[in-house]
Each structure stands twice: as C-alpha cells, then as structure tokens.
Write a protein that binds this ligand. Structure first.
Ligand code: NAD
Length: 505
C-alpha cells in the first residue's frame, strides 16, 4: 500500500475514463474517509446546466421509447460488460470514496452486474395482461409504456449500486435517467457515467445523447429534479428527513416517487436458534460496512433463555473486531463517512447510557490520524425501547433487548417508525411462520436464519412506514418505471355499452 488514497483514486478514475481536468478547481470538496485527505475539488452543476440535462433527457426519452425493448436490453448488457471489465477498479474506488472494505466495494459492483443481467432478461418480459370483457366482440388488454425521464437521487453508502437498481430497469423500460448522486460520493458516479458513455458508443446510433444525465452537487440540485414536471418519476434514496421533503414535493405536482429511506432493523433470537450461526450473522449484520447500510442490524431481541448463552459471546466478538484501514486485507470494519457521523454515534451512546444502557465497545479507534473517523462498534444492553433505540443512528451501534414471548418480541420489532428489514433466528417452524404471517414482521423484508442486510437483486427491495414504501430492483419493481394503459377494443359491428347502459340516438 504505497499510494495515498487520493493518488490511487486519481489513477483509478483515469483508468475508468474520467477526464483528470474535471477533478480540480471547483467548490465541491471530496475527501476519502480512509485518511480524510482531499481527492478532488469538483465543479458543481449550475442550475441552468441541470435544467439543460433534464431537457436533454426529455429529448432522449422521445427517441429511446421507440427503440424495441429487447434492443434496449442489449444496451444494458453492454453496461454490464463494461462493469465486468471495470470491476476491480470501480470496486476499489468505492472503497476509497466511502471507506468500505474491499470485498464490499467489489460486492457493490457485482450487484450492479447482477441487476444488469436481470434487466437484460426482463427486457423480453415486460408483460401486460389480457382481460375478459363483459361485452360481446370486445377484448381488454393492459400494456406498459415508457414513462419519461427518471430522476435518481442516491445516498453515499451505496454510491453506485442504488443507481444501477434504478437505471438498469429504467433503461430497459424505455426511460432516460438524470442522476444526482450524493455530494459525499460523486467520484464513483462520474466513473459510472464514463462507463455508460463507453456502452453508448459501443451500442451505436440509436443510443440518444442525454440518455444519462449527471448532476454534481448538493440537495438543491436534487430539488430541481424533485420539482421539474418533465421528470414523472423520482427515485430517492437517503434519510427519512430527505424523503419527507421529496415525497411531499413530488406529490404536489402529481409526480410519482419511489422512496428508499432509513431503516431500524431488528432480529429476533428465539430459544430454538442455532446460536453459532446467529453469532456470525449478527456480527456481519451489525458491524459490516461500519453500520452504514440501510439494512444494518440495529436491534437484537433475544429470548431470556438464550440471552446468557449469546450476549457474552457477542461482546467478546465486539471486543476483538478488526477496525482499520479498509484497504488492508484483514480489516472488517472501516471508517465512518465523516466527523458528523461519529458525533451522531457519540450522541446516541450518551443517550443510551443516560437511559440505563450497558455499553460494550464504542469510542474512537486510533487509525490513520485525526482527519478520519474510525469508530469501535458498540453493543448496548438496554431494558426498554427508549427514543435512541427507536431512531436510526447511521453508525455501528447494536441495541440488545430481552423478551419472553414471541408476541412481545414481534411487538418490539414492529414498535419503531421504520419498516425496512427484519429477521428471525429459529428452527421451530411455528415461530418462523408466525413471524412471516400477516401478524408478524411489518417490514418490507423478513428473513429467516440470516441477518437483516445483504439482499440479493432478485427480490423487490424496500420497506414500509417511514422507510417510504418504495420497491426497487427485482420481482415486478419494473412497473414503477412505466405507465400502465388499459385498452378496450371493439371488433364487432354494434356498440354495446358497459353495465347495460343504453343511449340510442
Ligand atoms: P441523505 O438523506 O443525507 O442524502 C441522500 C441524498 O439525498 C443525497 O444525494 C442528498 O444530496 C439528497 N438530498 C437530501 N435532502 C434533499 C432534499 N431536500 N431534496 C432533494 N435531495 C435531497 O442520506 P445519506 O446520509 O447520504 O445516506 C444515509 C441514509 O440513507 C440513511 O438513512 C440510510 O438508511 C438511507 N439509505 C436507505 C436505503 C434504502 O434503500 N432504504 C439505501 C441506502 C441508504
């Protein structure tokens, strides 16, 4: 490890096709959380240029919607090929820009490749329905049409994968995309835009200019996407505070929003759980990505009979966890994104302590000097689900609660404002099925014998309540990127009216 993160990031960006002249002289300062050093000073997109990018996306949409869907799938296949070729460089750049350990940086790019593959297949399966008509010589069909430019606003913690969940589907659905990545992670977005540019050139003439627009800057630019009536769908990933603002504004102009917001995910550990498996799953779910996944395990609800068999062992794992530079192969927990994130973790731990919480771990780890913020993960035994437990703190804090009946555990699990992910550790199928039933977990994701994080792209991803209700990625999430049209067709010579209505003229 000879190069500094900044020097290495610049080499990777050049390899990925980003023009080095775009990296200096601007007002948006991009730092690597690994050391805190500045990687780039980017020029921010001016409001007028953002409006032009939306106009270009609108023009691109008018052409793209007429390209046959399987051909649009070929374009996404080419994006997948670019990502395959660039996986090592892009994965490493993700690590440097947001501080993930390398295997997670590479995993993020693999997820992008996976959704491209999924979308290629889907491009031949944008099925409508054929419905029975109550009238003679009539038939009713339902078809799906492209809808328009899709605005994508993404968070720092999955700086590129979240874009791909949206864009791969939007592209095969016949839509163009305008992307406002996190101001904390714009470099990986610039690299992805360069790779998409390569795919467009390989695809040829029917990839219209403006198919992907990129807006570099802060929330005001996101606001432009939110308010522009030329953008019928806004997919926004980030905090609940952001989603509340975005959702209301998009609704005011009757746009459609796909909101992927904060989580406060819990696992229930029952008496029949396999505790060795549980221990490993909890460690990854709660400490992986330094607790900075929307699906990070934040609450562990443990049956009183297995509490003493699990929690002291877990505390030992916390004490030994390797926090360090994410570029080193044996590091499991990298840095927090910035000082604000560390301060939020400290505030939450102080509140937990004041509420009687017993804290194992926590505090700043001494890695790479003062400019970066490495935290030791914290395990907090607490008796009640007090305010700090009910909030999402985007850092590695795991609250542990004790329960006696499964009804009580499910009530605790559901007793928070968020509804993203959940899981149960159990081999008693009655308890598993109760957890998965209508009276069980109220989350968008409910897993069995695994943690709350690490979803595959094949399922629909998203959550309920303050998580926003959106669904992205697999299953039939594609429908959110298209408009539905019902077609009633009369192939007879008379004009029977529905419901037996008569109107003789
Ligand atoms: P954030 O809300 O600070 O920012 C996310 C994005 O929204 C950024 O691009 C930001 O510029 C933009 N933004 C913020 N306010 C806006 C506004 N009023 N109008 C338009 N755009 C606005 O979130 P973050 O700190 O980058 O990410 C962490 C949060 O994201 C956590 O709460 C996490 O749970 C959530 N998250 C959710 C999912 C999911 O799929 N549910 C996935 C990843 C992250």
């Amino acid at each position: 490890m000879t190069a500094t993160p900044a020097a290495e990031a610049r080499t990777l960006l050049a390899n990925l096709g980003v023009n080095p002249s775009a990296l200096d002289g601007g007002s948006l300062i991009v730092r690597s959380p690994i050391t805190g050093e500045v990687i780039a000073r980017l020029g921010e997109t001016a409001p007028g240029d953002a409006a032009e990018a939306i106009a270009a996306a609108q023009r691109a949409f008018l052409a793209w919607r007429m390209v046959p869907a399987p051909r649009r799938g070929e374009f996404v296949r080419l994006i997948g090929e670019e990502l395959r070729a660039a996986k090592d460089d892009l994965g490493r750049l993700v690590s440097i820009e947001v501080g993930k350990v390398l295997s997670e940086g590479l995993g993020e790019v693999q997820e992008m490749i996976d959704i491209c593959d999924f979308a290629v297949g889907l491009s031949r399966q944008l099925y409508g329905l054929c419905l029975p008509s109550e009238r003679g010589d009539h038939r009713i069909t339902e078809q799906w049409h492209p809808i328009g430019p899709v605005g994508v606003i993404s968070a720092f913690n999955f700086p590129v994968a979240v874009w791909s969940w949206n864009a791969a589907l939007a592209f095969i659905c016949g839509d163009s995309v305008v992307w406002k990545p996190s101001e904390k992670a714009p470099l990986t977005a610039m690299a992805v835009a360069a790779l998409v540019g390569r795919a467009m050139r390989a695809f040829g003439d029917d990839a219209p200019e403006g198919l992907l627009g990129l807006l570099i800057g802060g929330r005001a630019l996101g606001g432009q996407l939110v308010d522009d009536p030329r953008v019928p769908v806004v997919s926004a990933t980030g905090s609940t505070r952001m989603g509340r603002a975005v959702g209301e504004r998009v609704a005011r102009r009757f746009g459609r929003s796909i909101l992927e917001l904060g989580g406060n995910n819990a696992s229930i550990v029952t008496p029949s759980a396999d505790l060795d498996l549980t221990l490993r799953a909890v460690a990854f779910g709660a400490m992986g990505t330094a607790g900075q996944r929307c699906t990070t395990l934040r609450r562990l609800i443990v049956h009183a009979d297995v509490y003493d068999g699990l929690i002291p062992r877990l505390a030992k794992v916390y004490a030994g966890i390797r926090v360090g530079d994410p570029r080193l192969p044996d590091t499991l927990v990298g840095p927090l994104i910035d000082g604000d994130a560390f301060a939020a973790m400290e505030r939450a731990l102080a509140a937990a302590r004041a509420a009687g919480g017993r804290i194992h771990g926590g505090g700043r780890a001494d890695v790479n000097g003062d400019g970066s913020f490495y935290a030791r993960p914290a395990l907090v035994e607490i008796d009640e689900q007090v305010d700090c437990v009910r909030e999402e703190t985007f850092a590695p804090i795991l609250y542990v609660l004790k329960y006696r009946t499964l009804d009580e555990a499910i009530a605790l699990q559901n007793g928070v404002p968020q509804g993203l992910s959940s899981s149960i550790f159990a081999t008693d199928m009655r308890e598993v099925e109760q957890f998965l039933s209508a009276a069980g977990s109220d989350c968008g994701i409910a897993n069995v014998n695994m943690g709350t994080s690490g979803a595959e792209i094949g399922g629909a991803f998203g959550g309920e309540k303050e998580t926003g209700g959106g669904r992205e990625s697999g299953s039939d999430s594609w429908k959110a990127y298209m408009r539905r049209q019902t077609n009633a067709i009369n192939y007879g010579r008379t004009l029977p009216l529905a419901q037996g209505v008569t109107f003789d003229v």
